[in-house]
Design a protein around this ligand. Structure first.
Ligand SMILES: *Cc1c(COP(=O)(O)O)cnc(C)c1O
Length: 488
């Protein structure tokens, strides 16, 4: 082995790492919007490595080549920065991971790292599985975790079926997540982590995160938060002390809707009773170089660049969509065919006060438009239609501008009936736990003008007055005559 050769690369790596750390330090001093726009891609990197390309290049390549065997050896033993193989790492994916780590730790004196995954569900698996390994000192010991029941339907299935049913790992369910005693009563010496989604999709459950963080740390265990609905534009759990955040990047972050993606963002030196020192020191680096290397739930660089591009405008977009959602929620709450509107922004919502302690538009106080802290509540809301399941379907079928789809976070308004879509798998009992009645419509407000969304809701709700909605479809698509179709 030619050790002088390796040393040459190690020294170069040391200089590069220092340079990058200084760059990150400078970037951390910038405002949220600046970080969202530039992230970790610098002009220096563009000039030195990417022909001056002002936009992050997409490295559509499986792997990286090396100058010689010394560099390869140093790289594959993770001694120098490398991406080696796209299942493990990739420069384009790094640009996404870098910006998410900075945004989730924005405004806090903490260091965080990120690992991008192929989906939000893969992010949840990546975040929780390392804590669910058998204890070598107590191999027969029962393992459990404590998590809220008001979670995304896919999360419910992952916890109830994949963990609990298939692997015998007990999911201890927190039904009333605003009751701290309930959380605490479920924790014992075999509890590996606490998990909560807030605001939850679609129920907008909300708990006192700071108190739950304190509780987790009192028992030496981590708290993992699914913060998909809030995004770092409204809430940053790591800055409040949480250990790990998971994001379905698919949703509000990558609003354009080109594809599925997820991310785990973890603070360095997190709290846990299990796991190696390396895992606790840098959870995402650990996940990237070990379990995810071996399991392979990695993201594609193409999806990474599309997510990255949408993230640049996150703050202003979330602000605008939150304001529109508030307008629409107010409109619906006085409508005669609506039984109830659930939106954290409405003062009538039982969790409004609590949510107002947590959901703040980032940097509003540094914005000339506001100049002070302002609450924003995101673009997820739901409403209950009077008249039961069929009336709800009739209204839903009458929507013409709002798209019927099981999606959220889109730049276009989308609506779904959770009982027959996102929460259909878990049965009546599971839906009761998650608080999903059959007359609930989830609406996620896009970036259209709210007047047009209100108009659409108004005409759809008029079916309950006996109005018939007639829609006609063209026989040829607008894009050309090649896709002529017969319509019913
Ligand atoms: C959609 C969603 C997920 C799952 O994300 P995918 O990207 O669809 O795998 C997890 N949590 C929440 C809150 C979600 O809305």
């Amino acid at each position: 082995m030619n050790s002088t050769g390796i040393n040459h690369y190690l020294e170069a790596a040391k200089r590069a790492t220092e340079w990058h750390q200084n760059y990150l330090k400078d970037m951390k001093k910038c405002r949220f919007d600046t970080i969202a726009v530039h992230g970790v891609y610098s002009m220096q990197e563009a000039l030195d490595f990417n022909q001056g390309s002002i936009i992050e290049p997409v490295y559509m390549s499986t792997s990286q080549c090396y100058r010689d065997s010394d560099e390869m050896e140093a790289a594959l033993s993770y001694q120098i920065p490398t991406w080696c193989y796209s299942r493990i790492a990739n420069p384009t994916i790094y640009y996404l991971e870098g910006v998410l780590a900075l945004l989730e730790s924005y405004g806090a004196d903490i260091e965080a790292s990120c690992i991008a995954t192929a989906s939000g569900m893969a992010a949840i698996q990546t975040a929780v599985d390392p804590f669910l390994l058998p204890d070598p000192k107590n191999l027969s010991g029962k393992i459990n975790f404590v998590a809220t029941t008001q979670v995304y339907g896919g999360t419910f299935q992952q916890f109830a079926v994949r963990k609990h049913q298939e692997r015998g790992i007990e999911w201890r369910k927190v039904v009333h997540s605003d009751d701290l005693n309930e959380w605490e009563s479920l924790i014992d010496e075999n509890t590996r982590f606490l998990y909560g989604e807030m605001p939850s999709n679609p129920g907008q459950a909300f708990f006192d995160l700071k108190k739950v963080i304190d509780l987790a740390h009192k028992y030496g265990i981590p708290i993992i938060v699914d913060s998909t609905v809030a995004t770092p534009a409204l809430m940053r759990p790591l800055a409040l002390g949480a250990d790990i955040v998971v994001q379905s990047v698919t949703k509000t972050l990558a609003t354009g809707g080109f594809g599925i993606s997820g991310a785990v963002i973890a603070r360095k030196n997190l709290t846990s009773r299990v796991g190696s020192p390396e895992m606790k020191a840098d959870f995402c680096m650990y996940a990237k170089t070990l379990p995810n290397r071996d399991n392979g739930p990695n993201l594609s660089p193409m999806n990474a660049i599309m997510a990255l591009n949408d993230i640049r405008t996150l703050r202003s977009r979330v602000d605008m969509q939150s304001r529109s959602t508030m307008t629409i929620a107010r409109y619906l709450s006085t409508h005669k065919h609506i039984e109830q509107v659930d939106y954290l922004g409405l003062e009538s919502h039982p969790l409004h006060k609590l949510a107002s302690e947590y959901l703040w538009l980032v940097d509003a106080e540094n914005d000339e438009q506001y100049g002070k802290k302002v609450n924003r509540y995101g673009h997820l809301m739901s409403f209950h239609v009077k008249g039961g399941a069929q009336a709800t379907r009739d209204v839903f079928d009458g929507l013409q501008r709002i798209w019927r789809a099981t999606d959220l976070g889109r730049i276009k308004s989308v609506a779904t009936i959770p009982a027959i879509s996102t929460h259909s798998q878990q049965g009546e009992e599971g839906r009761k736990l998650a608080g999903i009645p059959a007359n609930l419509i989830r609406l996620c407000v896009g970036a259209e003008h709210p007047d047009d969304i209100i108009k659409d809701l108004d005409q759809a709700l008029s079916v309950l007055d006996g109005k018939k909605i007639v829609t006609t479809a063209p026989e040829y698509s607008a894009g050309g005559a090649s896709s002529a179709k017969l319509r019913r």
